[in-house]
Every structure is written in C-alpha cells, then in structure tokens.
Design a protein around this ligand. Structure first.
Ligand code: SAM
Length: 247
C-alpha cells in the first residue's frame, strides 16, 4: 500500500482501481465530515441525498422494464454503497440480492443499510455466483471505470452466471454522445492540459464493440437505449445495454 502510494505520488504507479476508489471514498468522507450519508452518495456520483434516491428509483424502473419481479436472484456488479440495493429495499422488492464491489467501505455501508442483502468485496474480474444461478445481472456506471479487457472478462463471466433466459443490463459512456463527450471527455482532457491528475479511470465504449463481445460470448444481440430516452423509464443519462443469455 505504502509503495503503491509512493509510486503514484511520483507518477510511476500503474492504475489500481481499488486503491484509487478507496482514496476517492476517503476524500469524500473528509469533505463531508459530519454527513456520512452524503459522503457515500457523493463517492458514487450523487451530489445530494435526493439525487441518490431518485437515481436509485430510476435504476429500479429500468430493471422492472427489463423484467425484474419478486423472487428473482439478482446480481449487482460494482454495487457501491447500495444506491440500487437501498432503492430495492424502499420499493419493498423481495428476492435474492447479491452485490459485489472492490471497495470494502462501500460493501460494509451497503450491508449496514440493507441488512437482509448479501454483498462481497471481490477484486477479480469475475462474478461471485454459481453457474446458471442468476436471473438478472446489472451494473450502473461500472464499465465507465474499468479497462476494455476487464469489461470483456466481466461479460464472459456474467454469461456463465446467468440462467438461460437471464438478462444482463448495464450502463456505459459513449464518446459519440455529445453530452458524454462534453461533460466527461473534454473535462478530462482539460485537466491533463492543466497538468492536473486524473484521479479515476473513465472508460468510453462503443455500441459496436459491445455487440461484437455479445456475439463472441454467445448472448443474443444487445438492445441499446440512449441516455435521454424516457419512453419506458426515467432517462438514465448514460447509455443502456441489455442482452439475454439464450435459452
Ligand atoms: C460510479 S460508482 C457506481 C456504484 C453503483 N453501481 C451505483 O450505481 O450506485 C462505480 C462503482 O464501481 C466500482 N468499481 C470500480 N472499479 C471496479 C472494478 N474493476 N470491478 C468492480 N467494481 C468496480 C467502484 O468501487 C464503485 O462502487
């Protein structure tokens, strides 16, 4: 840990997502000292409690649109501090929830807020579930922070863990989407221009790459929903991909 920090400080360290996210959470806890809930919400990208709850409720609306019902076994990859888990709990959903994240502080916060839900600290690009055991696997704003190779490994292992007919739903950033380009990409380029550090990795994907991976792995062709589309559920800002493991 000490050497990771030392190498990062002198600009020689490789990117370590768990260390970067742990640093990020510690800095939010310092920034919002005295308001722990806000610190956790801000650490996963919601800068108010109202937004944290609205976004969680919107995630549930997306899952319901894609077939979520009581009694299902669901898996929340990169579950963070439980924005979705807390929304499921608020909605009175009953079923088998498993969350996984690389940050211990997030996982223990989720368990504190949702004592009936199961969650693990897991730092390998794999799914902590038996073969063909999950009805619905989802992740929000997670492929936005991992390398392309890790995305592929997560997709491949999601296929293994899903039941035949099970569904994968996730959000991602597109460089060709003007709002993602302007708000995220240009902002990051600007930071580098000003010699500022990029604290977290931000990854952009392309619909064609996701379709290619789906085909190679054996999923049915993915469906995409633009981030500003609110025809079936609230708009999510990030683009959504949904794909089914064939029966
Ligand atoms: C923007 S937050 C979203 C959290 C949660 N999905 C939600 O919507 O509230 C991104 C999450 O991805 C997790 N994460 C980052 N890199 C990861 C990786 N390689 N594998 C799994 N999770 C990762 C972070 O720890 C963080 O909890």
């Amino acid at each position: 840990m000490f050497f990771d920090r030392l190498l990062a400080a002198v600009g020689l360290g490789g990117y370590n997502s768990a260390a970067a996210y742990e640093r990020h959470l510690r800095s939010k806890l310092r920034q919002h000292r005295g308001n722990r809930d806000l610190a956790f919400a801000d650490a996963i990208g919601s800068d108010s409690i109202a937004l944290f709850e609205n976004q969680g409720d919107a995630q549930i609306a997306v899952l319901r649109h894609h077939g979520l019902t009581d009694g299902m076994s669901v898996y929340d990859l990169g579950c963070g501090c439980g924005r979705t888990a807390q929304a499921l709990q608020r909605a009175g959903w009953h079923g088998r929830y498993t969350g996984a994240d690389i940050v211990e502080g997030f996982v223990s916060e989720l368990k504190r807020k949702c004592p009936g839900f199961d969650a693990h600290v897991h730092r390998e690009p794999s799914i902590v579930a038996a073969d063909a055991s999950v009805d619905m696997l989802f992740h929000w704003s997670v492929f936005t922070h991992v390398s392309l190779e890790e995305c592929f490994l997560y997709l491949e292992d999601s296929f293994r863990a899903l039941k035949p007919g099970g569904k994968l739903v996730f959000s991602f950033l597109e460089l060709t989407e003007p709002s993602h380009y302007e708000r995220i990409f240009e902002n990051r380029v600007g930071r580098l221009r000003r010699n500022r550090r990029l604290k977290l990795l931000d990854t952009f994907l392309h619909r064609d790459w996701i379709a290619l991976w789906a085909e190679k792995i054996g999923f049915e062709a993915p469906q995409f929903t633009a981030g500003d589309d609110q025809s079936s559920h609230p708009q999510m800002w990030q683009t959504l991909a949904a794909m089914v493991k064939p029966v």
